[in-house]
Design a protein around this ligand. Structure first.
Ligand SMILES: [Mg+2]
Length: 258
């Protein structure tokens, strides 16, 4: 038996482990199903800043994984929970898309125009334009609390790399010299603590599974959990030797744990 099967909980990355955008990764899906059947506590975590939990849930369902919303932590949802705990009265201007706005509203937070905002929430937006960047810039210059959903520079889409949330963070930094006060998504502890809270487990009882060393493995290290790198996504064997951070375990896919 693989030593990681002794753990009580699994925090599993979605993109590159369970699916590639809308396409399932069969070995990943099978592995996750078997873990759930064994009675392991499982939470799926995604840095994606445009999808709400509802959208991710539908995607997992289309892969044949029947789970409920409580098993999903997205950067959108974790951002909303973080702000709701920090300041439930926050007045938020966001660059984000509907998926992010949906989660902010679900957490009871108020979305306002940039002039009234005391929070700037930066998330990806595939329709971002000069007008939206101008508003974000003005929030930033005014010194409002600045939160970013995730630090991803590039998003791997079905047809190749596309700009991630880093496009907006980078532009704001170049214009104002400001970086986000808080970044929620992996490798930040913020999203990982949210996942641990959902599992109701201690880090030593949990495995963090992902396909990127600098993102998932580092996120696991940041909370003191053991890490499993799978080779169904971004990281390849040669990247492991080069990396400064080493995963505790490496397997071809999530199902290889069995
Ligand atoms: Mg991934």
């Amino acid at each position: 038996m693989h030593p990681l099967l002794k753990k009580k909980g699994f925090i599993i990355d979605i993109d590159g482990v369970i699916g590639r955008s809308v396409e399932p990764i069969e070995e990943g899906v099978r592995g996750a199903k078997r873990l759930i059947e064994m009675g392991k506590r499982v939470v799926f975590v995604s840095n994606n800043s445009t999808r709400s939990r509802r959208i991710l849930l539908e995607r997992l369902k289309s892969f044949g994984l029947e789970v409920d919303e409580s098993c999903i932590v997205s950067a959108t949802h974790a951002t909303a929970s973080f702000i709701a705990k920090e300041n439930p009265e926050a007045r938020i201007f966001t660059t984000g898309e509907e998926g992010l706005k949906e989660e902010l509203a679900n957490a009871g937070l108020k979305i306002v125009d940039y002039e009234e905002a005391n929070y700037l929430v930066v998330g990806s937006n595939r329709k971002i334009d000069y007008d939206l960047m101008t508003k974000a810039l003005r929030c930033c210059l005014r010194g409002v609390r600045y939160i970013a959903t995730n630090p991803d520079k590039i998003f791997p889409s079905e047809n190749g790399p596309t700009p991630g949330t880093g496009m907006i963070i980078g532009a704001l930094y170049w214009m104002t010299g400001r970086l986000p006060d808080v970044i929620v998504g992996k490798p930040s502890k913020v999203i990982m603590l949210e996942a641990l809270e959902k599992l109701n487990l201690r880090p030593e009882d949990v495995v963090v599974v992902g396909d990127q060393i600098e993102v998932d493995v580092l996120a696991g290290k940041n909370i003191g959990a053991e890490t499993l790198l799978v080779l169904t996504g971004v990281a390849k064997e040669k990247d492991i030797e080069r990396a400064e951070i080493k995963p505790d375990y490496v397997l071809p896919s999530l199902n290889s744990i069995f």
